[in-house]
Design a protein around this ligand. Structure first.
Ligand code: PMP
Length: 344
């Protein structure tokens, strides 16, 4: 892989914004270099643009060097940035699995980059042959999502490896739901695949969706490109400090994951007993995709009773399906009780 050939020329050539904190990083007694207000201690200073303290802690947990980490405003930020770094609007294209997380296409559309979908097979898995068939010399990115949203399953690892080995562009693997899955992360393969970008988030297993912190893991060369194009202070100090504290609660987070997996099993069993359940797809995430036939009708009846699930009826390969997030024990029971009470 030749990184320079893959990156948009304007991005490769540009000089990134240099903030006051980039230009002076040491200790000093008087800071008069950033036009900050000196009167509101704690919140008056710009935060570390590269969030090193937080990255060092994440690096320790993920067993990776901090230089291979990018932090953003949710993982939606690196999804947008990776397109802006690599794809020339109206010239380059992206290949992605279908169905999958909707933001890849939204970001491609915003950036005016062609988005090519490759339908998954009936097991919602990939066929490594079909993906490169849709790619051409203008394909810069392949988006994979494992476990995938809305289908819930991990993608076949061997097929994914084939893509990583044969595709000359960047392969993005979105692992937003990896903590609920039995398989290990692709982060450990970064040294083997210089064209790999792995996305993770604090929004799911860490229970911090409101705090907005997402991660991209890649080679230091690719991470430097992310840093070049991002807003200078893309992660605010409240988020940096708060997540720093949350990272000390690893044990609690493991308990949450175990609780949610138990809840997932409960839902799986209870949903299987309902007369209108046609299929419960295998899941490695904190949600279940369930084929119920009349998804629109059941969705509406549930919503009328104050129980909201996601209607995926109009998504490719998901006709008749609802996507149900695992809730608390009480929420799961309410859902099942409500479904049982529907006169269908
Ligand atoms: N990737 C996938 C597969 C998701 O399902 C989501 C959120 N639903 C995200 C990324 C975005 O997560 P974040 O909150 O980190 O922006």
């Amino acid at each position: 892989m030749n990184l320079q050939q893959l990156v948009r020329k304007n991005v490769w050539d540009m000089k990134p914004y240099s903030s006051a904190r980039d230009e002076f990083k040491g200790e000093a007694s008087v800071f008069l270099d950033a036009n900050e207000n000196p009167l509101n201690d704690k919140y008056n200073r710009y935060p570390d643009p590269l969030q090193w303290k937080l990255k060092e802690k994440i690096a320790h947990i993920k067993e990776i060097e901090p230089e291979k980490i990018f932090l953003g405003n949710g993982s939606d930020e690196p999804i947008d940035l990776v397109i802006r770094i690599f794809c020339e609007p109206r010239i380059d294209n992206i290949v992605a699995i279908d169905p999958t997380y909707g933001m890849y296409q939204v970001c491609a559309d915003v950036n005016d980059v062609e988005y090519r979908k490759v339908l998954l097979n009936e097991d919602f898995d990939i066929d490594a042959q079909k993906i490169p068939e849709r790619a051409d010399d203008k394909t810069k990115l392949i988006f994979l999502c494992s476990p995938n949203n809305p289908t819930g399953n991990l993608l076949n690892r061997k097929e994914t490896e084939k893509i990583l080995n044969t595709f000359a562009g960047i392969v993005v693997i979105d692992e937003a739901y990896i903590d609920f899955a039995p398989e290990t992360t692709w982060i450990s393969e970064l040294d083997k695949y210089p064209n790999l970008v792995v996305l993770q988030t604090f929004s799911k297993a860490w229970g911090l969706a409101a705090v907005r912190l997402g991660m991209a893991f890649a080679s230091p060369e690719i991470i430097r490109l992310f840093n070049k194009v991002k807003y200078p202070y893309n992660v605010n100090i409240l988020t940096q400090n708060f997540v720093n504290g949350e990272l000390d609660k690893l044990e609690l987070r493991k308990q949450w994951i175990a609780t949610l997996i138990k809840g997932r099993d409960y839902l799986k069993n209870a949903l299987a007993k309902l007369p209108f359940t046609e299929k419960i797809y295998p899941t490695d995430a904190n949600f279940l995709l369930v084929k119920v036939g009349d998804a629109n009708g059941i969705y509406k009846k549930l919503a009328d009773r104050g129980v909201i699930v996601r209607n995926r009826n109009s998504v490719s390969l998901c006709a008749g399906c609802l996507r149900i997030t695992v809730g608390t024990d009480e929420e799961n029971k309410t859902l099942i009780g409500t479904l049982n009470s529907l006169d269908l």
